[in-house]
Design a protein around this ligand. Structure first.
Ligand code: PAF
Length: 314
C-alpha cells in the first residue's frame, strides 16, 4: 500500500515510522523537517528507552509527489488542515487517476473536532474516514520523537457504515503494531476524544505539568471534571451519541496511560507555537452558545490559553 502521511510532528513521525514496516510511506512536511528526515531518518525512542531509526522518504513540496497514494493520513495541527489539504489536493487526486486507481482514502488522526469536515470539502465526503488516537508522544526535534504512552486508535466511516476499506486500513495499522479498532460511531469517538483533549491539554498548560500529574485527587482533577461535564452537556445538546457512559473515566484513563507525556498543547506552548484550543474547548464554548448551554469553565480556560499563547510568543 502507498501511504502519504501529511505532517511530521510527533504524531506524523510516529505513524510514518510504524507504518513503513508494512507500507511504502512518504511523509509530506516542512522543509526543515524533510531535510532532517531524508538525511537521518525518523528516530523513535520507545517506552523502554530503546531508539529505533526508520528510513522514510520526506517531501516538502507537492511537485515531488509522483505516485498515486492508496491512503493519505492527516497528522497536522487542526488549524493547518485546510492549508495542507489544498497544497496536495491537485497532485494526489491527479496522480491517483493517472495510475488507474480509485481516489485515495483520506484519514484524519488529528486532535480536535471538525477536521473530517474540512477534508471532505477538499477531497470529497465519500473519500474521508474519521479517526482518533490517544497515544502519548513528545517531539524531540525534527524527525525525532519519544513514545510516552500506549493509547487506543479507532477509525470508521463518517456515515457509520463499516466498509471493507475501513477494515483494510485497520488491518494495515494493527499489522504495523498500532492496535486499531473499527467503530460504527466514529463521530461519537471524535467528540469523546475532543472532550479528552479539552480536559487534559489546557490543564497541563495551566499547571505546567505532565499528563499524569493532573491526577492529584484534588484541584487539578476537579478542573478536568468541570471541563468534561460542560463538554458532555454541549455534546448531548448537539445530539452526539458519546460512545462511553462516563467520559470523565476515559479522560482519567488516558491521563494515566500517558502519564509521562507532555500534552501536545503544552509542547506547542513550550515551542512558542499556536495551540489547538479553537478545535477543542473553544469549539464546545461556541457550540454551547448556539444551544443555550453555559460553559463558564471552558470560557475561562480558552481565555487563559489565548493569554498564555500571547505571552509566550513574544
Ligand atoms: O494531545 C495530546 O497530547 C494527546 O492527544 C493525548 C492523548 C492527550 C496525550 O498527551
Amino acid at each position: 500500500m502507498d501511504v502519504l502521511v501529511v505532517g511530521a510532528g510527533a504524531l506524523g513521525c510516529w505513524l510514518s515510522a510504524s507504518l513503513c514496516a508494512s507500507a511504502n510511506v512518504t511523509v509530506f512536511c516542512r522543509a526543515a523537517q524533510a531535510d532532517a528526515i531524508n538525511e537521518n531518518g525518523i528516530l523513535v525512542v520507545d517506552g523502554d528507552g530503546r531508539s529505533i531509526y526508520r528510513s522514510v522518504k520526506a517531501l516538502d513540496s507537492a511537485d515531488g509527489l509522483k505516485a498515486g497514494f492508496d491512503l493519505i493520513i492527516f497528522a497536522v495541527k487542526s488549524y493547518d488542515t485546510k492549508n495542507a489539504a489544498m497544497k496536495i489536493k491537485d497532485t494526489v487526486l491527479k496522480t491517483g487517476g493517472a495510475r488507474g486507481r480509485d481516489e485515495p482514502v483520506v484519514l484524519s488522526l488529528q486532535n480536535g473536532i471538525g477536521n473530517e469536515e474540512k477534508l471532505a470539502k477538499v477531497f470529497g465526503k465519500e473519500n474521508v474516514l474519521g479517526g482518533v488516537t490517544s497515544h502519548g508522544m513528545t517531539s524531540l526535534g525534527n524527525g525525532e520523537i519519544e513514545h510516552r504512552g500506549e493509547g487506543y486508535t479507532i477509525i470508521g466511516e463518517m456515515d457509520g457504515s463499516c466498509g471493507a476499506r475501513c477494515k483494510r486500513v485497520a488491518k494495515l495499522f494493527s499489522g504495523a503494531g498500532i492496535k486499531t479498532e473499527v467503530s460504527e460511531n466514529i463521530v461519537g469517538e471524535i467528540w469523546l476524544k475532543g472532550i479528552v483533549n479539552s480536559a487534559i491539554n489546557p490543564s497541563t498548560v495551566i499547571y505546567d505539568c505532565l499528563n499524569g500529574e493532573l491526577l492529584d485527587g484534588d484541584e487539578r482533577e476537579k478542573m478536568m471534571e468541570d471541563i468534561t461535564a460542560e463538554c458532555v452537556a454541549v455534546a448531548n445538546a448537539a445530539g452526539i451519541l458519546l460512545p462511553h457512559p462516563n467520559p470523565i473515566e476515559v479522560v482519567k484513563r488516558v491521563a494515566t496511560q500517558t502519564a509521562k507525556n507532555r500534552s501536545s498543547m503544552l509542547q506547542s506552548i513550550d515551542a512558542k507555537k499556536r495551540t489547538e484550543i479553537d478545535s477543542m474547548n473553544d469549539y464546545f464554548v461556541k457550540l454551547g452558545r448556539g444551544h443555550g448551554i453555559a460553559t463558564p469553565v471552558n470560557e475561562k480556560i480558552v481565555a487563559k490559553i489565548k493569554e498564555t499563547e500571547k505571552e509566550r510568543s513574544v
